[in-house]
Design a protein around this ligand. Sequence first.
Ligand code: UDP
Length: 270
Amino acid sequence: MLDVDAVRGDAPAAPRRVQIGDVLIDAVHLDELMAAVQQACRARTPLQIVTVNIDFIRLAQRSRAFRRVIHEAAWVVPDGRLVLWVSRLLGEPLPEQITGHDLVRESIRLARAHGHRMFLLGGMPGVAADVARRLERENPGLCVQGDDGGSFSADGDNEDNAALVQRIREFEADLLFVALGAPKQELWLARNLHATGVSVAVGVGGVFDTLSGRLPRAPRWMQVAGLESLFQLLIAPRRYARRYVLEDPPTLARVAWLALVTRVTRKRRA
Ligand code: UDP
């Protein structure tokens, strides 16, 4: 089990945590998180980051194993405007959204400055290797390896796990990005983080698909306006309609209602 205080080391002081649904989310800024990432790379203390959106909160409600992995992660950050909105309803605002894209971009910056090595795992066959080549081309000096990892089961078991872990170890990766979708990527990481020898690992969902150019990313104005999910829904309805139209809205309604009730009850007691 990860000891949160130990893995945070002398990184910035542990921030407050905000409970949304069954999940505790860190009120942390991206620059503070990246300071912790750099510290973990220097100290070689493995830590897992989980980026939580409404879908993660829905999945966590259904799966004890997933809840546990989120609870034991060193850092849990809000990846979604709706999560920020619920935290404001609760009266405990989270400072900013931190996405998988933000973490990849800032990690590239760190990796170039300090010589860290990056490993990309998952995605459709060949995509991670393609993204790795692109990132190396666009960022001279950067050292990245991509590997789709073969086939994974629904709870993140890999048919040839020992060989996969060995490839990551042999590459001597510092930073590991896993794109298998939630909860698979988080479950696989929690089980294999220590064995891979990496310092920092995070599940990034569909990030390789956009970095490889296979799926367009929302234009900047839509990202700024918090409309990235709407964009995804419009360009890939078969991939996202079930989640965004059917599955997530009841969870959003539940956590928003709970947040309001908690806030009103707290006010009455004060
Ligand atoms: N994926 C994978 N192996 C799996 C399941 C998913 O590599 O066993 C990849 C998939 O190709 C995609 C990403 O994981 O790039 C999941 O993206 P996202 O989080 O958007 O979820 P999705 O709705 O696509 O499952």
